[in-house]
Design a protein around this ligand. Structure first.
Ligand code: UTP
Length: 290
């Protein structure tokens, strides 16, 4: 099975759930303690073997591009104060992979954003990491998908059971267990009405697709919310070749929502090597006041 060497990170969405900050700071650049979300995603893709990573951006998202560039002024200042480790770490982030940028000129949905990656992907299988979904795991979720791709030979999606009463906000998969942590998927629906729900398994943040998705996306009309939905195109894949859903190991944070952003910061802050211990002490005292 072909190794996965390319990844696409759609990060062009307007982030209306994170207004007003998202008007001037891309939600993908909001910090988890001291690193933007996009930094974690690139690290995950690289850890899973990606060498070429395309980030789909849009107007007002220049900060994402700047993050992966050298910072000569900072380096001069840090050199003068002998903080060479910090320079090395910043250069490491810039050299993780070949990171490319492309603008989605109109925010017509996740499926439309993925379609802009068509010529970059050419004939290769590839990962998609949703730009506002951070997943903290022992094994990168993309690697977990690559293992399932190797085993079952079909495009894969990362899934989790979501509370039944919230399935309408996500998508619902028609899926049967393979007897491990994976499922065989034959159909799916985005934002289902109550009588359209198959299961409470929903796709969260990571997929591994083959390039035939592009022909399907080109034929996909706008769906839920008037946007071109990636789920509508993956539905065709599920119905024809089938897909494998992987109930992944890891904690997922929706950084496109205020609550997800806050939760991620608290949970990651207590583990942080520099401030974790002090923050933990603060939290213990703070909780007593609630
Ligand atoms: P979301 O639906 O969570 O992003 O898309 P959004 O549209 O920015 O969110 P709200 O509802 O307005 O708050 C999942 C991912 O797809 C990207 C987003 O940046 C996010 O990372 N996306 C979405 C695009 O790249 N282009 C789009 O047209 C829509």
């Amino acid at each position: 099975m072909q190794k996965i060497k390319k990844a696409v990170i759609p990060a062009a969405g307007l982030g209306t759930r994170m207004l007003p900050i998202s008007r001037t700071v891309p939600k993908e650049m909001l910090p988890i303690v001291d690193r933007p979300a996009i930094s974690y995603l690139v690290e995950e893709a690289v850890a899973a073997g990606a060498e070429d990573i395309l980030i789909i951006t849009g107007r007002g998202k220049d900060a994402i591009e700047n993050y992966f560039d050298y910072s000569i002024e900072y380096e001069q200042k840090l050199t003068a104060s002998g903080k060479l480790d910090q320079i090395a770490e910043m250069r490491r982030i810039c050299s993780l992979a070949n990171v490319y940028f492309l603008r989605q000129k109109e925010t017509k949905g996740l499926g439309h954003a993925v379609l802009t990656a068509k010529s970059f992907i050419a004939d290769d299988p590839f990962y998609i990491l949703y730009g506002d979904d951070l997943i903290v795991s022992e094994t990168p979720v993309c690697s977990q998908l690559a293992d399932a791709y190797e085993k079952y030979g079909k495009p894969c999606c990362g899934v989790k059971p979501v509370p039944w009463e919230l399935v309408y906000k996500y998508c619902s998969l028609k899926a049967e267990s393979n007897g491990d942590n994976t499922y065989s998927v034959t159909d799916m629906i985005e934002k289902p009405k109550p009588d359209q729900v198959y299961t409470n398994l929903s796709i969260l943040g990571r997929v591994l697709l083959t390039p035939d998705i592009f022909d399907i996306l080109e034929q996909t009309p706008p769906g839920a919310g008037g946007e071109i939905q990636l789920t509508d195109a993956m539905k065709v894949v599920a119905q024809t070749t089938g897909m494998t859903a992987v109930d992944f190991e890891g904690t997922r944070y929706d950084l496109g929502s205020k609550l997800g952003f806050l939760t991620a910061n608290v949970q990651e802050a207590v583990k942080h090597p520099e401030v974790g211990e002090e923050f933990r002490k603060f939290l213990i005292e703070f909780v007593k006041t609630l």
